[in-house]
Design a protein around this ligand. Structure first.
Ligand SMILES: [Zn+2]
Length: 404
């Protein structure tokens, strides 16, 4: 066989194994006969693949009484608890590490300051912190992957960072470099897109294939899930809704344009507006207080007129942008994540009204925007990236070959 043929045979193996694993994950407990019917694979192939999955402990056999009586039937279900991963959030001058198992249970967590530094020091420090965390929390556990999520832009398919707001990582093949240092497969991705996938696998959009998550924090980002997959372009990040132009006379944005959505509704923008209005002498219970999003939302919830005006205006702007997203993608569900959710009763009705009035009636389907599940778990996205690598075959194949 030529190299090309060998590569194709390996790819077919990976695709078929992943198809069987996905069926067991989605529809299990399920019989081998039913897997063969649904996957259109030959029963002998299903038997061979399930044997390999059983050998690695990725699935288990469950015996139960067949409805027709007689012999006990055997069904297959996935096993996720004994497989672990480290999810790393490479944030803005901060590093968060969490050890999860594939069932989503947490076994250890660390948060460290991680100041800016030049590239070689940065990569060495990142490797050192992850390796130490694994040594401290991993023990005898079977760690199968590491995921690194971050603000900014990534080319997840090639494991490259395109842009990070705090570190000089542009064009660095981070997944490959860290992977060879750690001896583990490393998957990277944008934090908001990864959270959207986590909501799809485990959270507020678990029961639908098409959803949009909008996260308002330092910036405004979105993750669009279509047909159960994160919408990307050539493997790269999309859905930078924070840079939709909403005000021709607006403030300058970090991206170089003016009047971007995030210059008006991101957390820092709202706090800036509050400070400016207080300086101009507006009467408010916020006067003299240290301004944070929690304080702003709490004041609005108690009826403070200045806080209310700021949050209402932000909700209108956000609603306009979300109506555009709904018109473009017709999602089954729209999720909101961020500190603004602390003023849900004020913000959500305004966003819903904008979506209702500014998107096609058949598209918003009268479904209100809802709060995302993982508001505070900043590393959950990494778990989703690893689950995706398992379901799509790349990680599954490595585990089946029992190689690191
Ligand atoms: Zn911008």
């Amino acid at each position: 066989m030529t190299r090309g043929q060998i590569a194709n045979v390996d790819l077919v193996k990976q695709v078929n194994s992943a198809a069987v694993y996905r069926l067991i994950d989605h529809a299990g407990p399920i019989s081998r006969v039913r897997i063969a019917e649904l996957s259109h694979l030959a029963p002998a192939s299903v038997t061979k693949i399930t044997r390999a999955l059983l050998e690695q402990g990725l699935i288990q056999e469950l015996a139960h009484q067949a409805s027709t009586g007689g012999r006990r039937a055997i069904s297959l279900a996935t096993v996720t608890q004994p497989f672990y991963l480290v999810s790393v959030k490479l944030g803005r001058e901060e590093l968060r590490l969490t050890l999860y198992n594939l069932a989503g249970q947490e076994f250890g967590r660390q948060i460290l300051p991680f100041p800016r530094r030049e590239l070689n020091n940065l990569l060495a420090a990142l490797h050192h912190h992850i390796a130490d965390f694994i040594a401290e929390t991993g023990g005898e556990r079977r760690i199968v992957a590491v995921a690194v999520i971050m603000p900014g832009l990534t080319d997840a398919q090639h494991g490259r960072v395109i842009y990070h707001p705090s570190y000089p990582l542009a064009d660095v093949p981070l997944a490959g470099q860290l992977g060879s240092q750690l001896g583990l497969p490393v998957f990277i991705g944008n934090d908001t897109r990864a959270q959207a996938l986590a909501e799809h696998y485990f959270g507020a959009s678990k029961d639908c294939l098409d959803s949009v998550l909008v996260r308002v924090h330092h910036g405004v980002g979105a993750g669009i899930v279509t047909e159960g997959r994160i919408f990307k372009s050539q493997g790269r990040d999309v859905a930078e809704i924070g840079h939709i132009h909403v005000d021709p006379l607006g403030e300058r944005c970090d991206c170089g344009n003016v009047g971007c959505l995030e210059t008006m509704v991101a957390d820092a923008a709202l706090l800036r507006q509050a400070r400016r209005m207080l300086d101009q002498g507006y009467c408010s219970t916020l006067a003299g207080r240290t301004l944070t999003m929690d304080v702003l939302c709490e004041a609005a919830n108690k009826g403070d007129q200045l806080a209310l005006a700021i949050l209402r205006r932000a909700a209108e702007r956000l609603g306009q942008a979300l109506a555009i997203v709904v018109n473009l993608f017709n999602p089954q569900r729209v999720l909101l994540s961020g500190a603004l959710c602390n003023a849900e009763d004020i913000v959500f009705p305004i966003i819903n009204q904008a979506i209702t009035h500014q998107s096609l009636p058949g598209f918003h389907q009268g479904q209100p925007i809802i709060r995302a599940c993982f508001q505070h778990d900043q590393t959950i996205g990494g778990l989703a990236l690893v689950k995706r690598a398992l379901l799509e075959g790349e990680l599954l194949q490595r585990i089946l070959e029992n190689k690191k």
